[in-house]
Design a protein around this ligand. Structure first.
Ligand code: GCW
Length: 678
């Protein structure tokens, strides 16, 4: 590490960069003094290029027959021609060109064609009408009093990475989302986002016909209910002709749904689908369901949705979280993705770091999402949704590096074959390269296939960017290691999910909302037995995986305690016992978190003081939190394992009884100032 740091090549400017607050995100091109020559179709692409493009003339051409949102960029002599079927395609092409400029790549000799993997690339905001954001760690809702300038940056940022939809409100939807008064507010936002190709959607409360409409029932097969929804939908489309549709969380965590009226998920979803169909609207119906009495929460979604396979209308998409439990630092994929055969599906990722250190920990999430795509073929999905990490904090996401997760989500929704590394490189170059330092020109063929970067920065040993890149790429695994390695999951503090509380189990709380339900620590071992002789969750996976996961000797070690109740003395591949391995993993996570501080401190000359200080502060919290996680988990699990902490690692420095008394007085709408600091 130290020798790598000594090798620091000054790719970046040596002059101290101007302070920045992160409000410009990765869109840090300065407006040009002279307007660039841009001709052809008059649309947002034109105004963007006129403001920011520093190259030769650009022609924007419309070509019928190209897939929606696709574009081609071709150099013709001095001129660059962007061709697309629609305005959105031209805009994405324009942003591609600007990205080349901003990342210092060649903008001549171009012959690029791009087409998004999914038609729908959508952010889910969990924003409430009172301005709070559920699991939001970056302030309050940006939609409460939408500031036009801020909305424009939001729209530009989304368009620059291909995001074309936004669900504006929490899936735990308040009925008032559908009042005329609220719809008028939604219309204002829709008008602000439309020029950037972004459609708005709403989460709805299934009981709205009762709560807003004053009906006696919300039974989806009741004629009055259907006609209430028809009228409501007509009202919406009169105001917002390109309204996207509804997102529905039904019969889940106390939300109302069709089952309250003896109907199925398909009955409920199809009724809404039918009402939206004439307007070309869609329904995204969530599969996040689990019952308190279930012996294994991971089994639940398949049990409820498999019998309905093939019964959903063609404008209904089932939205499934990537894992079968709940956005944990590591989960296997939700088996629904390979079991549903006749149902359109979309994946829901969580960009906001509910379970990954909130806005305090630097955790780059692309590797986690790519891991999912290692199991689930991108082509088997219709769309991609991401729970946004955006709020009214000046830097949008609470942590400067959390912006990279918003960025990565958009880029992967456009092209899930991009690598985590490519995306991080792009983001770093745009976000931290000081301006106005001239950008080094990267020679390239100009033909993009996969990466846009012809010389991966990671191959430049020791450059500032490569050290940061390496840190980002390691950060998710580091987080898994210091929070819950080897397949452990859901051992978070009961309410805010920030710190460790593997012991949390107060009387009266649903068992599946307490960590012991998941870790099942006892004198024999640790972990949830989901084998054929346990909860049989493995059976929901294709045969080959079922066999792999079912056998403790073939199950990947990073999912061991997910699928097995692992004996403390189980022999691991390293030769260590499971207990010793667990201790070492936790310690490895702590060391990783500390090493991020070392890397960042070396960046001081190259990053503006403000962002440097703000990130450094957060990295210090992260390193302390990692230690807290390690100490709390190891000391607590040791009360079951009765085995010593191995000699060849750092030993816990905190006391378990004190950590068990520690509380963070925050709600699920806030980012904690810090964790355990004693
Ligand atoms: O992860 C859990 C969260 C809830 C969330 C729920 C869901 C919006 O803790 O805050 O509610 O999942 O995804 O519906």
């Amino acid at each position: 590490m130290i020798s790598a740091l000594m090798l620091l090549v000054t790719v970046w400017s040596m002059a101290t960069p101007k302070n920045e607050d992160g409000s410009r995100l990765w869109l840090r091109l300065e407006k040009t003094n002279t307007t660039a020559t841009v001709t052809g179709v008059k649309c947002t692409a034109m105004t963007e290029l006129q403001s920011y493009w520093q190259g030769g003339p650009v022609l924007l051409k419309q070509k019928k027959g190209m897939p929606a949102d696709a574009y081609a960029i071709k150099s013709e002599g001095m001129k660059t021609v962007i061709t697309a079927a629609n305005d959105a395609g031209l805009l994405y092409g324009a942003f591609h060109l600007l990205r080349l400029q901003q990342t210092g790549q060649s903008t001549t000799g171009l012959d690029i064609s791009e087409q998004p993997a999914y038609d729908l690339r959508i952010l889910n905001h969990w924003d409430n009408p009172n301005g709070t954001v559920e699991r939001g760690f970056a302030g309050r809702s940006i939609f409460l009093n939408p500031d036009p300038e801020r909305m424009k940056t939001y729209a530009r940022a989304n368009a620059s990475i291909g995001i074309n939809g936004a669900v504006l409100n929490n899936v735990n939807a308040k009925p008032e989302a559908l009042t005329t008064e609220n719809l008028q507010k939604v219309k204002v936002i829709a008008d602000q986002l439309r020029p950037y190709g972004i459609r708005v959607y709403l989460s709805i409360n299934f009981a709205s016909p009762i709560k807003v409409g004053g009906l006696k029932t919300a039974d989806p097969l009741d004629a009055d209910v259907v006609s209430w929804w028809k009228d409501k939908v007509n009202e919406i489309y009169k105001m917002i002709p390109d309204f996207g549709g509804f997102l529905v969380k039904a019969n889940s965590e106390g939300e109302p749904g069709p089952q309250d009226f003896g109907r199925t998920h398909a009955d409920g979803a199809n009724m809404l689908g039918k009402v939206l169909k004439p307007h070309k609207g869609i329904v995204m119906w969530r599969a996040f369901v689990y019952a308190p009495q279930s012996p294994d929460r991971a089994n639940q979604a398949s049990l409820e949705f498999m019998p309905l396979d093939g019964q959903f209308a063609d404008n209904v998409i089932i939205q499934i979280k990537n894992g079968p439990v709940d956005f944990q630092p590591r989960e296997p994929y939700s088996p629904l993705f390979t079991s549903l055969q006749k149902t359109p599906m979309m994946v829901e990722f969580q960009i906001t770091q509910e379970y990954l250190g909130a806005a305090n920990h630097l955790v780059y999430l692309a590797p986690m999402w790519k891991e999912f795509f290692g199991w689930v073929k991108p082509a088997s999905l219709k769309a991609m949704a991401g729970v946004a990490n955006i709020g009214d904090d000046t830097n949008w996401c609470g942590h400067h590096f959390a912006q990279s997760n918003w960025y990565a989500f958009g880029r992967l929704a456009w092209n899930p074959n991009l690598t985590s590394e490519q995306i991080a490189e792009e983001w770093l170059r745009q976000t931290f390269r000081p301006t106005p330092q001239p950008l080094p020109v990267m020679e390239g063929s100009g033909h993009t296939q996969g990466s846009e970067l012809s010389t991966p920065l990671s191959h430049r040993e020791g450059s500032g960017e490569s050290l940061l890149l390496d840190m980002m790429l390691r950060s998710r695994e580091a987080c898994v290691s210091y929070m819950m390695p080897l397949g452990i999951h859901h051992i978070f503090a009961g309410t805010h999910h920030y710190g460790p509380e593997p012991w949390y189990s107060p009387k009266g709380v649903r068992a599946d909302w307490t960590p012991p339900y998941y870790h099942k620590a006892d004198s024999i071992g640790l972990g949830f037995d989901r084998t054929l002789t346990g909860s049989a969750n493995v059976k929901q996976y294709p045969e080959e995986l079922c066999r792999l996961y079912n056998d403790i000797n073939t199950c990947p070690e990073n999912l061991l305690a997910w699928f097995h109740h692992v004996p403390w003395d189980h022999k691991m591949k390293s030769g260590r016992t499971f207990w010793d391995e667990l201790c070492h993993k936790y310690d490895e996570g702590v060391r990783e978190a500390r090493s991020f501080l070392v890397v960042w401190d070396a960046m001081q000359p190259y990053v503006d003081q403000q962002r440097f200080d703000e990130v450094q502060r957060k990295l210090r919290i992260q390193a302390r939190d990692a230690e807290w996680w390690r100490d709390a988990c190891l000391l607590y699990f040791q009360t079951f394992s009765h085995r010593p902490i191995p000699q060849d690692m750092e030993h816990p420095v905190h006391n378990l009884d004190e950590m068990m008394k520690f509380r963070i007085p925050i709600s699920m709408y806030e980012n904690p100032d810090c964790g355990y600091t004693k």
